[in-house]
Design a protein around this ligand. Structure first.
Ligand SMILES: *Cc1c(COP(=O)(O)O)cnc(C)c1O
Length: 390
């Protein structure tokens, strides 16, 4: 039985473990100096003035929506092709997510469709750097400026990516990263918001700590017990040992991105003349972080639809996945907002065909060849009629 190759997986080396253990033996295991250090390293990596580390990418998005002061009656435009958290963060604060469509080639937000969904109530636009490829920030910035909207970058896929020479984490007004194990670096669970705006950063530090104006360490340093809760916040703090892991992982990000891009290039070459699948486009002028490698199954060329092709690859030990069911098709959104098919036709059509192939820096060349061989093997099995593809 061949080993299973997951679509994404963390890499934890001995030096990562040493860094975590060192902090576990120290005085501060949460809200301590390792959090500050990780935030400093993140802001250097992303080229943004402030980083606020939190307990997940979802918490990062929620903090961003809070910092913008979004509430009941406010609309936020969110692309349909994303993880549900990109829209949920708006709902948490009582705002209304308004779904917009994506571009068929990249599955990033379609700026023209986003423009059509702006109303007098629109306060912000969430840009999702789908699969690790930055959106068209030139167009989105112009749109945000004209409409007086805030631009939130859901950069959970794109740590290490660049657009027009600027790094992910500095492309939106507020930029959210996730450090879940499948993302480009991990802290187990974790996330961060990056911004150049000092006031937003201050608000988010308060938000991650129940809305309280000082943290435990600041009070210890000042020799006081007194604090005030100024807004309704949450416990979205991240621990020092998670941040120690994150800092250690961040040092390896350039090498890991190099490996991700190398694997993507190998797939690109192999699939250029493969009739079963068509990779997503990569736009000119961007440096792609390749969190995901997404292809569209061509039912004609593959001799099978996506569902049958998915099963054939899984049987071969290839951990293919589907990213994502468009958010407006989830039962929660259908029920609560009356969304449904027809709202974002490009995302809906893409959903029927997409498949994420394994891509992570721990994959060997042999693993990559196994994925390519499995795609060919499955296509041959279907087209030769040895297996039914319907
Ligand atoms: C992973 C992810 C999130 C949420 O991050 P968590 O750390 O899992 O909470 C949000 N948006 C996108 C696009 C993601 O991929």
């Amino acid at each position: 039985m061949p080993t299973f190759i997951p679509y994404g997986r963390q890499r934890i080396d001995d030096d990562d473990i040493r860094a975590v253990v060192e902090v576990l033996r120290s005085d501060w295991i949460t809200t301590g100096p390792a959090v500050d250090r990780f935030e400093r390293l993140l802001s250097e990596t992303a080229g943004a003035a402030h980083a606020v580390a939190v307990s997940s990418g979802t918490a990062a998005l929620h903090a961003a929506v809070f910092a913008l002061g979004i509430g009941p009656g406010d609309e936020v435009i969110v692309p349909a092709m994303t993880f549900a958290a990109s829209a949920n963060c708006v709902v948490y604060q009582g705002g209304t997510p308004v779904f917009c469509d994506v571009l068929p080639g990249t599955l990033c937000v379609d700026p023209e469709d986003a423009a059509r969904r702006i109303t007098p109530r629109t306060k912000a636009l969430v840009a999702v750097d789908f699969a690790g490829q930055p959106c068209d920030y030139g167009r989105l910035r112009a749109l945000a400026r004209e409409g007086g909207l805030a631009l939130v970058a859901d950069a959970c896929h794109s740590l290490g990516a660049e657009y027009g020479g600027k790094r992910a984490g500095s492309l939106g007004d507020l930029n959210a990263f996730s450090f879940h194990p499948v993302k480009n670096i991990t802290t187990g669970e974790g996330g961060a918001v990056l911004t150049d705006d000092a006031e937003s950063a201050r608000r988010m530090r308060c938000f991650r700590n129940h809305g309280i104006d000082t943290d435990q360490r600041e009070r210890a340093e000042r020799g006081t017990w007194y604090y005030e809760m100024r807004a309704l916040g949450y416990n979205y703090r991240i621990t020092d040992f998670q941040c120690a892991l994150g800092a250690s992982q961040l040092a390896k990000l350039p090498a890991w991105l190099g490996r991700r891009r190398e694997i993507a290039r190998r797939y690109d070459r192999a699939f250029a003349d493969e009739p079963a699948v068509k990779p997503l486009d990569s736009a000119p002028g961007v440096l792609h972080a390749y969190h995901l490698y997404v292809v569209r199954v061509d039912a004609g060329g593959a001799g099978a639809g996506r569902a049958a092709f998915f099963s054939a690859l899984r049987e071969r030990g290839i951990g293919v996945n589907v990213h994502y069911l468009p958010v407006h098709l989830h039962p929660y959104y259908r029920r609560r907002y009356g969304t449904g098919p027809g709202l974002c036709p490009v995302a809906e059509a893409a959903y029927e065909r997409i498949l994420s192939l394994p891509l992570h820096p721990g994959m060997s060349d042999a693993d990559v060849e196994r994925v390519i061989g499995a795609v060919r093997g499955a296509r041959e099995e279907f087209t030769a009629g040895r297996r039914r593809g319907a």
